[in-house]
Design a protein around this ligand. Structure first.
Ligand code: ZN
Length: 241
């Protein structure tokens, strides 16, 4: 009887358990042996992908030049035409998704040892329009290879606004947009766990020669008459369209 029980235990319960452990060990070895062999610039992304970590992070490729120069997201380069913005820049505090709710703050810690570079607004799992809070020139409208999904970048002076994870984009590079214009539809493309808009502001840092993310709450965007409290705008019961 004891023997039968032992046999039963080892075959029916033991085998799947062993298989599971073996699989876990092999997977960890696979990840551990693969990552060091790929170029260093790709390691973080591959590690994040293999271990299913969020990849939304600094995009070093965006720090390629001063205002007016190309955003080099490994996509079609942006050729600068003589750029003079003449649109309406007087809008204030237009929220990226008009219907949405705050889901993450600027500066929160993320897996992988970096901080969140923007503010996230959930959009109730609906492809509601995404509005730009700043007028300017669309310097990028395309796929991001670093986790932003369908990404739209609008530039005005030394400011860039990133609106990420769109399901669709309705602007093209070189378009001129006004604050309050829709630029796409809310989505969950790229590294995202649910439909939301990642709203990020970067300022050209002349000393470091790169576009640096800043806390949107700490600055006043071009065209705004005063400071916007991006968090306060989303407190309380938001409308559910
Ligand atoms: Zn985000």
């Amino acid at each position: 009887m004891k023997r039968i029980f032992f046999l039963f235990f080892s075959l029916v319960i033991g085998s799947p358990l062993l298989c599971g452990v073996l699989f876990a060990v092999l997977f960890v070895m696979f990840v551990g042996l693969t990552i060091p062999q790929i170029p260093s610039w790709a390691q973080a992304g591959v590690a994040a992908w293999m271990m299913d970590q969020p990849q939304e992070t600094y995009d070093e490729t965006a720090h390629t030049g001063p205002p007016g120069s190309p955003y080099n997201g490994h996509q079609i380069p942006y050729e600068r035409a003589d750029y003079t913005y003449t649109g309406n820049e007087s809008f204030r505090c237009i929220l990226p998704p008009q219907y949405g709710y705050l889901t993450d703050w600027y500066g929160t810690a993320r897996d992988g040892g970096y901080v969140h570079s923007g503010i996230d607004y959930g959009c109730y799992w609906r492809a509601v329009p995404v509005y730009t809070p700043m007028g300017g020139k669309v310097v990028y409208a395309g796929w991001s290879e670093v986790g932003y999904g369908n990404l739209v970048i609008i530039e005005s002076g030394n400011f860039r606004v990133f609106l990420a994870h769109n399901s669709e984009m309705i602007v093209q590079e070189n378009d001129e947009v006004d604050a309050g214009d829709p630029i796409g539809l809310c989505g969950s493309t790229g590294n995202s766990t649910g439909p939301h808009v990642h709203f990020e502001v970067r300022i050209w840092n002349e000393t470091e020669q790169r576009w640096t993310p800043v806390d949107p709450n700490a600055i006043t965007l071009p065209g705004q008459e005063a400071h916007c409290d991006w968090y306060a705008l989303k407190t309380g019961a938001p409308p559910n369209p």
